[in-house]
Design a protein around this ligand. Structure first.
Ligand SMILES: [Zn+2]
Ligand SMILES: [Zn+2]
Length: 343
């Protein structure tokens, strides 16, 4: 089968791989046929030279996948052949049948000592077949469009941050970064009836975000974000801010309203300068968020209910074209690239 592989720092290739066999995994694992798998910012970080995220060279990438079950291990009981499922790709103690580590015991599975991700630490969904424990699979409705189903995993991460906001009907909101994570935050804020500004550097992305229903977009290379925030909020500042890029806390603190809330989601190596006096005087609430805990079912429900319909942002392509697909994500020409390994 064809597989999209992290070959070496800076190298993502599509090559031929043998089909994975259930003989190589514990008996509660199943074999999935991948229907579609989305490209995540983490994939781009892994493939960067030097890498911005660790992964083992030779691994098949892809962790945002919708699939159906084609073969069951002897002890796999929670799914049946033919079931349509989504993968929760981060395996914690429970999914690996390990005694719970101290973090898992406290319910903080996202900080599990045995954190192991399908599509990063072992072969993932940029291939026709992938293996996964039955405990990491969740059923999805037959009529949920495939193009929306591939957004479940990133939405589950976004909800880990979004759920920490205290949202009021009259709040204004700003999302810094119009990649897939920024867009999902913007759509969640929109779904709560808020007026949202999205800032980015890529006009193509901003245009797609406007088409998805965002009120105001700002290309910060062309326009002053501070001036737009002043205009939209009558100089009160923004109530809810998401940094979906990383390193934007200084900007966020400068643009926040009194008692504003700032969700720090994006990760990179930038170290921002922050006006701490403003933070104190404005009584800002700032929180970091890393992978959602228990947010998968909520993500599935939101998409099945049509509260968010992000599939219009997808650029879908066969697996063989994925190296170019990654380039389109990197340059900001595409918001979301989705591979269909069966095509
Ligand atoms: Zn991801
Ligand atoms: Zn654990």
């Amino acid at each position: 089968m064809q597989a999209g592989v992290f070959a070496a720092p800076g190298q993502f290739i599509v090559e031929d791989r043998p089909e994975p066999s259930l003989d190589t995994v514990p008996p509660d694992w199943v074999k999935l046929e991948v229907d579609a798998c989305g490209v995540c910012g983490t994939d781009l970080q892994i493939v960067k030279d030097p890498p911005g995220h660790p992964a083992d060279p030779g691994v098949v990438l892809g962790h945002e996948l919708a699939a159906h079950v084609v073969e069951l291990g002897a002890a796999a009981t929670s799914v049946r052949e033919g079931d349509r499922v989504v993968l929760a790709p981060n395996l914690y103690c429970r999914e690996q049948n390990l005694e719970p580590c101290p973090q898992c015991l406290r319910g903080r599975t996202n900080h599990c000592a045995n954190f192991h991700t399908i599509g990063i630490h072992r072969d993932g969904g940029f291939a026709r077949y992938v293996l996964a424990p039955d405990k990491a699979l969740l059923p999805i409705a037959p009529d949920l469009p495939l193009g929306d189903a591939v957004w479940i995993e990133p939405l589950s991460c976004v909800l880990g941050g979004f759920n920490q906001f205290e949202v009021n009907d009259t709040d204004t909101a700003l999302v810094i970064g119009a990649g897939p994570i920024g867009v999902l935050h913007a759509l969640m804020l929109k779904s709560r009836g808020l007026s949202v500004i999205v800032a980015d550097l890529a006009d193509t992305r901003l245009e797609q975000v406007r088409n998805a229903g965002v009120d105001r977009t700002v290309n910060v290379q062309v326009e002053s974000l501070a001036a737009v925030v002043d205009e939209v909020t009558d100089a009160r500042g923004v109530d809810l801010i998401v940094d979906a890029v990383g390193g934007q806390l200084g900007t966020a603190v400068d643009l926040a309203a009194m008692m504003g809330q700032i969700c720090c989601f994006g990760l990179n190596s930038l170290i921002p300068t922050v006006n701490q006096s403003r933070l104190t005087e404005h009584e800002l609430r700032i929180f970091g968020t890393f992978v959602g805990v228990g947010t998968f079912l909520q993500a599935i429900q939101l998409l099945e209910d049509g509260m968010l319909q992000p599939s219009g942002l997808n650029l879908t392509m066969p697996l063989a074209d994925l190296p170019e697909g990654l380039d389109l994500c990197r340059t900001g020409a595409a918001v979301k690239v989705v591979a269909t390994p069966g095509s």
